[in-house]
Design a binder for this molecule. Structure first.
Ligand code: SME
Length: 162
């Protein structure tokens, strides 16, 4: 049995080092990309404090399609270049949005969301999707969160067959 609880003690790098170890354990021995995304979303959502949504979108037929997540039901398809998620894919760069209300074209899936972090999933030099984290707290995410989630994204991609 895996037990994960919200962690709000210790430094962020320590927290993400623990998360990286835990995700490595979760994906070990399983190559299914849906199953591993589901467990990764659950691990992130139940461990990181101050989140109201954590999950995946995958590039499919030229747009982003909703993948496994934790939180309220979300918009299913996002055009590349639209919203924070579509911008992360178009720019091929992590997006840290301190105030979603100030981000042109932000797509509101949960009215409670105030800040957002979107990290591309890289496979063989191509962005195949994103990990998206939403928070009801403004300015919830910083460079440590971006680096930590980028590491989790790499562990996830390396642990799956697509
Ligand atoms: N806010 C995102 C849409 C996805 S939801 O946050 C889950 C965006 O602007 O791309």
């Amino acid at each position: 049995m895996f037990t994960a609880t919200v962690r709000d003690t210790g430094s962020k790098p320590e927290l993400y080092a623990d998360l990286a170890r835990d995700l490595g354990g979760l994906v070990a021995g399983e190559r299914d990309w849906v199953a591993n995304a589901a467990n990764a979303a659950a691990l992130i959502f139940t461990t990181l404090p101050g989140l109201n949504w954590a999950g995946f979108y995958f590039v499919k037929d030229g747009e982003l399609v909703l993948g496994p997540f934790q939180g309220k039901p979300a918009c299913i398809r996002i055009a590349i270049g639209r919203g924070v998620c579509g911008t992360a894919v178009a720019a091929a760069r992590t997006q840290i949005v301190a105030d979603v209300h100030a981000f042109p074209g932000h797509i509101a899936c949960d009215a409670a969301s105030r800040s957002e972090l979107v990290v591309p999933l890289w496979r063989d030099g191509v962005v195949i999707g994103v990990i998206d984290l939403d928070s009801p707290l403004p300015e919830r995410f910083d460079d440590d969160d971006a680096a930590g989630i980028e590491q989790l994204a790499a562990i996830y991609v390396a642990g799956c067959d697509f």
